[in-house]
Design a protein around this ligand. Structure first.
Ligand code: FAD
Length: 341
C-alpha cells in the first residue's frame, strides 16, 4: 500500500510542530507543509513565546493542563540538551504580580512550572503598586530561532515544505489522503469559522541585557519577558482589530507601563515594534471532520484557534492532532487507501 500523503496547511508554531509530530508518530506517512507565509512573517514570530498558559473557557481544564505539561516537558528536555541555544529555548525565573489578591491563588498550571510559590514581603517591596505575587521558573522560546529549528528538523525528517496559498481545503483532495488545518487566523477565511476572531497584540523588542527576570502584571496586559538577545515588552489585547500597523501612541503607552514596573528599562535601546493577530476562539478547534463532494471524501484534522497561548500548548495539541491523523489513516486503510496522484 502506498505511503499515506498528509498535507499540513500553515507554518506557524502549530503547523510546524504538528507536521513534526505526524512524522514522528507515522514514519510511513509522506508529509508536506503548505503555507503562504513562513518565519519571520507569521504571528508566531511576533509572540513573546513565554510558557504561561492562557485559559480557554470552552476547553476542559484537565485537557489544557495536559497540553501545557506535554509542551513544558518537551521544551524542558530541549533546554537541557546541546540544542538549547540553536532552538532558542531557555529557563527564566520571575514574578507575576497583582494589584489585588486573585480569587484563584493557585492557577491550574502551578505544579507544572518549577518552584511555584507566593512572593515574600521582601520581594513585593520591588512592586509598591502591587499587593500579591507569585514567583516561579518557566521556559521561554525565542520564537524566530525556534521556528527555524523546527523547520530544520522537518527537512531532516524528509518532510517537504512548499509555499502555497490554499483557497479551499477541498482543492487538496486529489493530491493528499489527509489534510491538517493549522492556518491560525487564516482559518477564518479558509474554512469560514465565525467563532474565530483576531486579538491584536503590539509588543516592543528592546536591548536591555541587564533585565534577567520576567515580570508580568496579573491582568495580563503589561509584561517584561527577557529572551536570549532581546527583551519583549507588552502589550495590548484588541479584540476584532485586524490592523498590522504599529501604533506610535500604543508604543509609548507600553513603554511607560513597563518602565513603571521595571524603572531600569528607561535605559533600554534599539526599540523594535511588532504587531500580531492572535487566532482567538472560546476553545482550540482540535477535531476531525470529513469533507465530502459527489461521493468523494477528504478527512481533515483541524488544529487552530490557540489565541494568546499557542506556544504554551503547541506540543500537546500537535500530539493530539497527530493522533487524530493516525485515526484518519486507520479508517482509510480499513476502507483501502484511495490512490493519489
Ligand atoms: P500563525 O503563526 O499565524 O501561523 C499560521 C500559518 O498559516 C502561517 O504560516 C500562515 O501563512 C498560514 N496560512 C494561513 N492561511 C493560509 C492559507 N489559506 N493557505 C496557506 N497558508 C495559510 N503565546 C504564548 O504561548 N506565549 C506568549 O508569550 C505569547 N505571546 C504573544 C504575544 C503577541 C503579541 C501575540 C500576537 C501572540 C502571542 N502568543 C503567545 C500567541 C501565539 O503567538 C499564537 O497562539 C500562535 O503563534 C498561533 O500559532 P499558529 O501557528 O496557529 O498561527
Amino acid at each position: 500500500m502506498a505511503a499515506p500523503k498528509v498535507a499540513v496547511v500553515g507554518a506557524g508554531v502549530i503547523g510546524l510542530s504538528t507536521a513534526l509530530c505526524i512524522a514522528e508518530t507515522c514514519p510511513s506517512c509522506s508529509v508536506t507543509v503548505l503555507s503562504d507565509q513562513f518565519s519571520p512573517n507569521t504571528t508566531s514570530d511576533v509572540a513573546a513565546g513565554m510558557l504561561i498558559p492562557h485559559t480557554y473557557p470552552g476547553t476542559p481544564i484537565h485537557m489544557q493542563k495536559q497540553w501545557f505539561k506535554e509542551t513544558f516537558n518537551y521544551l524542558f528536555a530541549i533546554s537541557n540538551s546541546t540544542e538549547a541555544s540553536e532552538a532558542g529555548i531557555h529557563l527564566v525565573s520571575g514574578w507575576q504580580v497583582f494589584k489585588n489578591t486573585p480569587k484563584e491563588e493557585l492557577p491550574f498550571w502551578s505544579d507544572v512550572v518549577l518552584g511555584f510559590r507566593s512572593m515574600s514581603e521582601a520581594e513585593l517591596q520591588k512592586f509598591p503598586q502591587h499587593q500579591f505575587g507569585q514567583a516561579f521558573t518557566t521556559l521561554k522560546c525565542d520564537c524566530p530561532p525556534y521556528l527555524l529549528w523546527l523547520e530544520k528538523r522537518l527537512k531532516a525528517t524528509g518532510i517537504q515544505i512548499c509555499t502555497r496559498k490554499v483557497a479551499d481545503l477541498w482543492e487538496l483532495h486529489s493530491e493528499y489522503n489527509v489534510v491538517v488545518n493549522c492556518a491560525g487566523i487564516g482559518a477564518q477565511q479558509l474554512v469560514g469559522d465565525e467563532k474565530l476572531f483576531p486579538v491584536r497584540g503590539q509588543v516592543l523588542k528592546v536591548h536591555a541585557p541587564w533585565v534577567k527576570n520576567f515580570i508580568r502584571d496579573g491582568d495580563g496586559l503589561t509584561y517584561i519577558y527577557p529572551g536570549i538577545h532581546r527583551v519583549t515588552l507588552g502589550g495590548t489585547r484588541e479584540k476584532e482589530n485586524w490592523s498590522l500597523s504599529p501604533d506610535p501612541g500604543t508604543t509609548k503607552d507600553i513603554f511607560h507601563r513597563c518602565c513603571s514596573l521595571e524603572p531600569s528599562l528607561w535605559g533600554a535601546q534599539d526599540i523594535e515594534v511588532k504587531v500580531g493577530l492572535r487566532p482567538s476562539r472560546q476553545s482550540v478547534r482540535l477535531e476531525r471532520e470529513v469533507l465530502s463532494q459527489g461521493g468523494v471524501k477528504l478527512p481533515v484534522v483541524h488544529n487552530y484557534g490557540h489565541g494568546a497561548g499557542g506556544f504554551s500548548v503547541h506540543r500537546g495539541t500537535a500530539k493530539e492532532a497527530a493522533r487524530l491523523v493516525g485515526e484518519c489513516i486507520a479508517a482509510l486503510q480499513g476502507s483501502s487507501l484511495r490512490p493519489r496522484l
